[in-house]
Design a protein around this ligand. Sequence first.
Ligand code: Q9C
Ligand code: ZN
Length: 342
Amino acid sequence: MQTVYSPRHAGHSGNNELQPGAIVPAFELPRRAELIRASVEAAGLGPIREPDTHDLSIAMRLHAPDYVEFLSRVWGLWQAAGRDGPAMPFIWPRPGLRCDVPPADIDGLLGFYSMDAGATFVAGTWDAVKSSHDVALSAAALVAGGERAAFALCRPPGHHAGARFAGGYCYINNAAVAAESFRLRGAGKVTVLDVDYHHGNGTQDMFYERGDVQVVNIHADPMVEFPYFLGHADERGAGAGEGANLNLPLPHGTDFGQWSEAYAVAATAIARFAPDVVVVSLGVDTFHGDPISQFRLDTIDYPLMGAGIAALGLPTLFVMEGGYAVEAIGENVAGLLRGFAD
Ligand code: Q9C
Ligand code: ZN
């Protein structure tokens, strides 16, 4: 299996985030991608190459063009306002406020185009976001070209990014862009299987009314976990997408036995949908040692998860999402990919 990786992720560094009562260094940091890269190399998974450059036309179909334009302009606007340090929003529109008029001021714009304070901007953020997008599309091209599987080592991640907002460490929805690229290259049906600990709200929303892209999530119950406001079991898709969205929320403390029961339900739904290709939103924040998450999967579980995904018998693109236990992230990701490949 080939891995696509860009060193340009590293410019997205020094970000911060809000924790209850404090502003702290962001858990989503450059070392994550470096450790994953090193473990993939050590595991002898296959060649690691850099991405080709791709235009933003697919991103602009799934995201609002003005949102993508905003992502590329934030840092300049922030600097022009005389700021240094990471750009973070502090006010958000919601029902009862105007959600349809982008303000002129950078502080208003940051909130207008965000769901939370969890996607901050530094000087290198846009370049890293664009490189992560290019990584996803380049790895998708390998699978579209006939490879059984490929690994897009994306950083920053993407699955919380919606049509017109950033959030939860995410800016462009890399997995959604990759899924759409398969459709545009002739795949009739695509499944996005999201195994990150957090519900992939952005991906779900982008495809909610479409019958050609199935979205399946196994995640912490939003009643008790971020992103709180999407990811319930009764969200089944709408219109042409009715029945093509499946949420399998699980409680805090879930172990691999419980996770596997949900996965069996997911696998049955995927087999029934019969996609041409599957895009896996791959988060390993289900690990028991994850500092911001509360499932109990162990390192030995990830190769089994990989084998279960291989058993779908479909061309597969892995797109990196979350996972914040840096001491174990490399072994967990490489173990999953090895479990798939062996
Ligand atoms: N105190 C991904 O795994 N945590 N994103 C908010 C606020 C947000 C995770 C904590 C976690 C986002 C891609
Ligand atoms: Zn996550």
